[in-house]
Write a protein that binds this ligand. Structure first.
Ligand code: SF4
Length: 705
């Protein structure tokens, strides 16, 4: 841009990545460069952001950006095509495959990165345009266990039932299996404030993470034993007379049965199972019970397990029994991960749900949605397959012949990733809608280029349950479409245009509002107009006059009785634990520079330079036993596959455990190793624990490299 021209003022929007949804401004420098700044007025990030958000604009004009549809030709290469030709081809193939194999042979996979409008429309598209039950999304890999646990205990799932500012006020904060100092760094301003005000911080994590390093207490438990530890803390609370009997009697049901189920969790037994000394168990439970206010916030640690729902329930039980849930600056919450991880699980892209947290198997809920959609309830398909089960069923054997993927890099993000890659290649039709050609797109028959966050309008619901408007601040490049345009274009070609006439994202939102009226996640009182002039509105918000609901549970829970429910949750080990053949625990997590499968952040120069490769974290004692040097190559094998990574020696990890980030694909994909054992309720795979063996890679001279 010439020096003499005025530059437009910076425009307000939100970060494309995590559930903190930092508000930011996007401006243009005189030389034409885009500049991101944190928005100091937004009451969540208060001007702070992390390196991912600050560098996010570099993806808008990135040279790898997809700017034209690609269709695989007879020679096996992806070739440019017009959008009309690509959509015609996809629709033709979908119709032919449905004719031949039935509607269940068609499926779609969504994402917690999609706006509420896209998540809503994707669920509607699969049920009405494809007529298939098979839609699910990658939130099944992130938040599903916390959601299931909260639904069972509270009758509703809103990740945090209070605003983030409550963190600063609480006197005892337990961050359980969350390394939020790396995954959502701006949240640490609230944690730091809590500690400045004299609060105690306890971190429960098998690793001494950046978050654990600032804690008052660090409980470095054995991977997969969170449930035993939580049950043990409740046992101690009961034994020491710390539970709130009045609260339990007035606000809960099922405690006697739970009390009986907890009897065997003696502290010494819990110490043996978890490795957490009795003294730390006692100090933790006393902090939670005796502080004026206290809260537990969980992350993926206890949730991404084959018993994740039960682990979350055990954490909730503890806070209910201490009489903390619904009180100021107290209770239980989960730190939802993906940008729209909260809204994405509310509006119908999940196999068992309809918009507003309605259930697809509930006749009244089906009736309510069928009415809004103008169809007979009998036309709505039943419940479909959960995310991993859906991917496992791709190809002739499983019966799913066509898959549309929106905003998810399933080839990297799924457990047993090599197997998922094989399943993707067995499809008759794989369509990937994305802004970049990720690892999943490599197997695609059609790739459709889509707009990025700053080029489209839409609502996101952050980890607090705050619905906010992410504004469009620049036009999209020619050649790309929004996911909404793609879904409506396909629906028209599939003969269902009458259900998909949405000229704008706001028009979709208006139908979503109607579809959620009277439901648990009621958005009917939230309008774009309200969102434009506010810092967001907390759901439920059942009318335009309603102020929204920042805090839940102050006087009742969402079960018909108004009471919270206890459910006995006996401890059981992980689906796969170390043995003679695979003697070590393996666990996964994130680097602060990368986001989920890394499909975007690996393309950002600053982030790729800071963390170019994954490193396997090994305790020096174990490394010495294995003759592994810092930086040396290591072969890690599980029963599902093997990867080679360079070692990073660290005393912050237990000597029986190895850790790697899961942001890379191909030969460095940590998820090649992980176990797809599923939680029976949430269908969450067990990303956090599997058994591996490990050895140094020898070079030609026989020395470790
Ligand atoms: S990635 Fe999360 S914490 Fe970082 S800037 Fe974006 S929204 Fe904020």
């Amino acid at each position: 841009m010439p020096e003499s021209e005025d530059v437009p003022p910076p425009a307000r929007t939100h970060c494309p990545y995590c559930a903190f949804q930092c508000a930011m401004t996007l401006g243009t420098e005189r030389d034409g460069a885009l500049r991101v700044s944190g928005d100091p007025d937004f009451p969540v990030n208060r001007g702070q952001m992390c390196i991912k958000g600050f560098t996010s604009a570099s993806l808008l004009d990135h040279p790898s950006r997809l700017l034209t549809p690609l269709v695989r030709g007879r020679d096996g290469r992806l070739l440019p095509a017009s959008f009309d030709a690509a959509l015609d081809y996809v629709a033709e193939r979908l119709l032919a495959l449905r004719e031949r194999h039935g509607p269940e042979a068609l499926a779609a996979f969504g994402s917690g990165a999609l706006t509420n409008e896209k998540a809503y429309l994707l669920g509607k598209f699969v049920r009405l345009a494809l007529r298939s039950p098979n839609v699910d999304y990658n939130g099944r890999y992130c938040m599903a266990s916390a959601a299931a646990g909260q639904n069972r205990a509270f009758g509703i799932d809103r990740g945090m039932p209070f605003p983030v500012s409550d963190i600063a006020e609480t006197k005892a904060l337990v961050l359980w299996g969350s390394n939020c100092a790396e995954t959502m760094p701006p949240i640490m301003q609230w944690v730091d404030e809590q500690r400045r005000r004299g609060g105690a911080l306890v971190v429960v994590d098998p690793r001494r993470t950046d978050t654990a390093q600032v804690a008052t207490l660090h409980l470095q438990l054995t991977p997969g034993t969170d449930l035993a530890l939580a049950n043990g803390l409740l046992h101690l609370a009961i034994e020491k007379g710390l539970v709130d009997e009045g609260y339990i009697a007035q606000r809960t049901e099922g405690f006697d049965e739970l009390r009986r189920s907890i009897l065997s969790y003696e502290p010494a037994y819990v110490e043996r199972l978890t490795g957490v000394p009795i003294e730390l168990q006692v100090r933790t439970v006393r902090l939670l019970a005796e502080s004026e206010s206290s809260m537990i916030l969980s992350g993926r640690g206890p949730e991404q397990q084959s018993k994740g729902t039960d682990s979350v329930l055990a954490l909730i039980h503890l806070m209910l029994a201490l009489g903390r849930v619904g009180k100021r600056a107290s209770g239980y919450g989960t730190l939802t991960g993906q940008g729209n991880g909260q809204g994405g699980r509310e509006h119908g892209q999940k196999a068992d749900q309809l918009p507003g947290y309605r259930l697809i198997e509930d006749p009244d809920h089906r009736m309510a949605i069928a009415k809004v959609w103008g169809v007979d309830p009998g036309e709505l398909p039943p419940k479909g397959k959960s995310a991993y089960e859906l991917l496992d069923a791709l190809g002739p054997e499983g019966g799913i012949r066509a898959l549309l993927v929106f905003g998810s890099n399933v080839a990297v993000a799924s457990p047993r990733a090599a197997h998922v890659g094989e399943r993707l290649r067995a499809l008759d039709l794989l369509v990937v809608c994305d802004a970049f050609e990720n690892e999943t797109a490599k197997a695609a028959h059609v790739v459709l280029p889509v707009t990025e966050w700053a080029e489209e309008e839409g609502t996101m619901t952050n980890f607090e349950g705050r619905v906010l408007l992410r504004r469009r601040v620049r036009p999209p490049p020619p050649g790309v479409k929004t996911d909404i345009e793609i879904l409506c274009g396909l629906a028209e070609r599939l003969g269902t245009a009458q259900h998909f006439r949405f000229p704008t994202s706001e028009a979709v939102f208006d139908e979503l509002r109607a579809a959620t009226a009277g439901a648990k996640a009621d958005y009917s009182g939230i309008t774009y107009e309200r969102l434009r002039s506010s810092h967001g509105v907390f759901w439920p918000c059942p009318s335009p006059e309603h102020p929204g609901t920042p805090r839940l549970f102050s006087d009742r829970f969402a079960h018909p009785s108004g009471r919270a429910r206890f459910h006995p949750v006996p401890y059981r080990p992980a689906a796969e634990v170390p043995d003679a053949e695979y003697p070590f625990y393996f666990t996964t997590g994130r680097y602060k520079e990368h986001y989920n499968s890394g499909a975007q952040t690996r393309l950002v120069r600053e982030l790729a330079e800071a963390q170019p490769r994954p490193r396997i974290e090994i305790h020096p004692r174990l490394a010495a036993r294995l003759a592994v040097d810092d930086g040396g190559e290591v072969l890690i094998e599980s029963r599902r596959g093997s990867v080679v990574m360079r070692a990073r020696l660290s005393r912050d990890i237990r000597p029986d455990t190895l850790f790697a980030p899961f942001h890379w694909g191909g030969a460095e994909a940590a998820n090649v190793l992980t176990n797809p054992a599923l939680d029976p309720t949430s269908r969450m795979p067990e990303f956090k624990i599997c058994a591996v063996r490990v050895r140094a890679v020898q070079n030609e001279t026989g020395m470790s490299s």
